[in-house]
Design a protein. Structure first.
Length: 701
């Protein structure tokens, strides 16, 4: 019998239901309290929880456990230990102590630390994040109990993406609660943020993938001419699924559900071979863990179907790349979404205040948000010739924009535009309610009904960074608001004035038009909005005086941590471009140039043999081809030499200087090598080309 979805869901998670079933009531209550109040865990409680977790895991076939963490590589890390412990009679028992649950000590000197730890001070600790449930993972190595953990250095600095995220959630909770208490909501004791990330990806045939070093080493194609067909017919978007893809999605969903990931929506995306999956939103911390897991599962499941899942932001030039839309909102412990405007937003003062706070936070810290969405892959999207733009603006939609205009112009908002009824003019289709606001697909930061959608993130990125920044900057503004309102004599008047002042001062960040247009770039410049074109140019925002003040004030990052993270960003950029450039050099010199030389030689031989067989024969086609091929070959060789020299030169540099050199010198030289080789691909006969082409990769899945 087929297992019911409701039975599959969460079956590999040590979740609430399992805890209730397996823990003594007293222990369960103590653990819950610790989770809710953020207090530290009693070792005696940990001991019992560890034992129950172990029994549960072993019953399910687990032999090992691991502290699962998220170092600054952006992917997850784990070290497995088996449960075995020897007994005096030479046998073993299965053991797992409270201490082992709470704390791990991986020798982590090889993880990026940005100078935070020298290799001789290799101690790093992982600590159980009790707010994210443990889970089981099965692969060829067997079943492993995975414990979500934070990762820090011996001196207590965060070495991971989870710790700052948790700290930012605390900051947001604290400041938002202060504001809500001023509104008289004394039952609100905490505020959490909800996140629902939409994940885009490509699926290509694994055998073809394995024939391209660029995909293997860098996750994207570094060469490749456009096939006759790209995405112009828009026939892939929401198109019906091919069998092989459908089978992949089915298994992906099941794997997600087992782990309690609320996989909900799936469809084909704009580019050929591109797809999307979106879960239902949950708390930011868990959403982050789940998204990391999702990306891992996608890769695993793809390989089981003879496919490879590409999470790179721009695997193919000329067609859309992949992003991640980070839907974000704030919810009270009493269950109220603070970004829900209700039917008449103009009357909803509390909503307007939180909205104004987000506007101010985004406007004041656009540089930090831009950085939080930066990685080398996303440079091909943001600010390049693709959506979304690198300029941060906020889309509010007609209804809210109108409310704000009323506020700014008259000091008072009296009406909210309503959606009305939709009649499509065919009787068979029932009338339905229309939203008050249409969607806007071109805004990097869009209000979508009861949440903001931050659309700039790259598909391969951890969402921890963006949410850490978002929480921290909104917490900061809410803190300022609370400071001001706490002093006010007349609360209502003060709130009203504060909303008006804030939206007036920050209306420049609101843009409801087409974010992809050239006019917007000009207009944004007039408004003084930053247009940061690349990751390398974005990094300094992290260590600006403003950022240091903000992050340290709310205990999200220490100054040392910020500097180390900036270092890591530069390093990551340099390393990535270095790998890409070296891969290009290898492919050009070992594959493309030799293949084309062979082709040119065969052309020359054909000219000679035709001429000797028939001296009067016209060989102008072959001669033209040979000339063109030779010219492009020469161009390739020159570009190859130049790129090689630059890569050598880059090796002597370090830090921001090196990253800038990679960006401004090596990166353009890569394009110079690609151009003649792509031209050659179009020129020579198909059989000559040593790797699968875009046509093969994108359309023959
Ligand atoms: P799309 O933007 O493609 O139309 P959906 O409307 O389906 O997508 O929603 C996108 C994501 O937003 C989903 O992950 C959904 O769970 C999430 N989401 C919905 N409401 C909220 C909320 N209040 N806070 C955070 N995320 C939310
Ligand atoms: Mg969306």
């Amino acid at each position: 019998m087929v297992e019911k979805l409701t039975e599959i869901f969460g079956k590999d998670v040590f979740n609430e239901a399992t805890m209730v079933e397996r823990l003594p009531k007293k222990i369960y209550v103590a653990l819950k309290k610790t989770i809710e109040n953020g207090t530290s865990l009693d070792p005696a409680v940990a001991e019992v929880v560890a034992n129950a977790m172990k029994d549960w895991a072993i019953e399910r076939g687990a032999t090992h456990y691991t502290h699962w963490f998220q170092p600054m590589t952006g992917i997850t890390a784990e070290k497995h230990d088996s449960f075995i412990a020897p007994t005096v009679d030479g046998k073993i028992i299965m053991e797992f102590s409270g201490k082992e649950l709470i704390k791990g000590e991986p020798d982590a000197s090889s993880f990026p630390s940005g100078g935070l730890r020298a290799t001789f001070e290799a101690r790093g600790y992982t600590a159980w994040d009790i707010t994210s449930p443990a889970f089981l993972r099965e692969d060829a190595s067997g079943v492993t109990l995975c414990i979500p953990t934070a990762f820090c250095s011996y001196t207590g600095e965060a070495l991971d993406k989870k710790t700052p995220l948790l700290r930012s959630m605390e900051a947001l909770s604290k400041e938002a609660t202060r504001v809500l208490n001023l509104f008289g909501h004394n039952d609100v004791t905490s505020v959490s943020c909800s996140v629902g990330p939409e994940q885009e990806y490509f699926l290509i045939d694994r055998n073809k993938y394995l024939q391209r070093e660029d995909l293997i080493f860098s996750g994207r194609t570094l060469f490749g001419a456009m096939p006759p067909k790209g995405q112009e017919l828009e026939d892939h978007y929401f198109g019906s699924l091919k069998e092989r893809i459908a089978a992949f999605m089915k298994e992906l969903n099941e794997e997600c559900w087992k782990l309690g990931i609320l996989a909900k929506t799936q469809h084909n995306e704009v580019a050929p071979a591109q797809h999307e999956i979106a879960p239902i939103f949950t708390t930011a911390n868990i959403a982050t863990d789940h998204n990391q897991l999702l990306m891992e599962i996608m890769k695993k499941v793809a390989s089981r179907h003879g496919l490879t899942c590409l999470l790179h932001e721009k695997p193919f030039a000329g067609v859309n790349g992949s992003g991640k839309h980070n839907n974000w909102s704030m919810v009270t412990n009493t269950g109220k979404n603070l970004l829900d405007p209700g039917k008449t937003p103009h009357e909803n003062v509390q909503f307007l205040l939180f909205l104004a706070a987000v506007l101010k936070a985004v406007d004041d810290n656009a540089d930090l948000l831009r950085l939080s969405a930066s990685n080398p892959g996303n440079d091909h999207r943001l600010g390049a010739n693709e959506a979304p733009p690198a300029i941060i603006s906020v889309f509010l939609g007609e209804q809210l924009a109108d409310v704000l205009t009323q506020l700014i112009e008259t000091g008072e908002a009296k009406t909210s535009k309503q959606g009305g009824k939709m009649n499509v003019g065919a009787h068979a289709i029932p009338e339905f309610g229309k939203d008050a606001t249409d969607r806007n697909r071109t805004s990097p930061f869009a209000f979508t009904g009861n949440k903001f959608e931050f659309r700039m993130l790259g598909s391969s990125m951890s969402i921890a960074g963006a949410n850490t920044v978002l929480n921290a900057i909104v917490a900061d503004v809410l803190g300022q608001i609370a400071d001001e309102l706490e002093k006010a004599d007349n609360f209502e008047l003060a709130v009203h004035d504060l909303i008006k002042k804030t939206v007036t001062e920050h209306q420049k960040i609101v843009f409801n038009g087409n974010g992809y247009s050239d006019e917007w770039v000009v207009e944004a410049e007039k408004r003084g909005l930053p247009n940061i074109k690349s990751m390398v140019e974005a990094v300094p925002a992290l260590v600006s005086e403003k950022a240091i003040t903000l992050f340290t004030k709310h205990n999200v990052f220490s100054e040392v941590e910020l500097h180390s993270r900036a270092e890591i960003e530069y390093e990551a950029y340099s390393k990535t471009i270095n790998i890409e450039a070296k891969t290009m050099i290898q492919m050009a010199s070992k594959k493309f140039i030799p293949a084309v030389i062979k082709y040119a030689t065969s052309l020359a031989a054909s000219i000679n043999s035709v001429k000797s067989a028939c001296p009067d024969a016209i060989v102008s086609v072959q001669e033209d081809l040979l000339k063109e091929t030779s010219a492009l070959l020469a161009q390739s060789q020159a570009a190859l030499k130049k790129l090689t020299a630059y890569v050598d030169e880059a090796a002597d540099k370090e830090g921001s200087e090196q990253a800038l050199f990679f960006r401004t010198v090596v990166f353009p030289a890569m394009a110079e090598l690609r151009t003649p080789i792509d031209a050659l691909e179009l020129l020579v006969e198909k059989e000559v080309w040593p790797v699968p082409t875009y046509g093969d990769l994108l359309f023959e899945v």
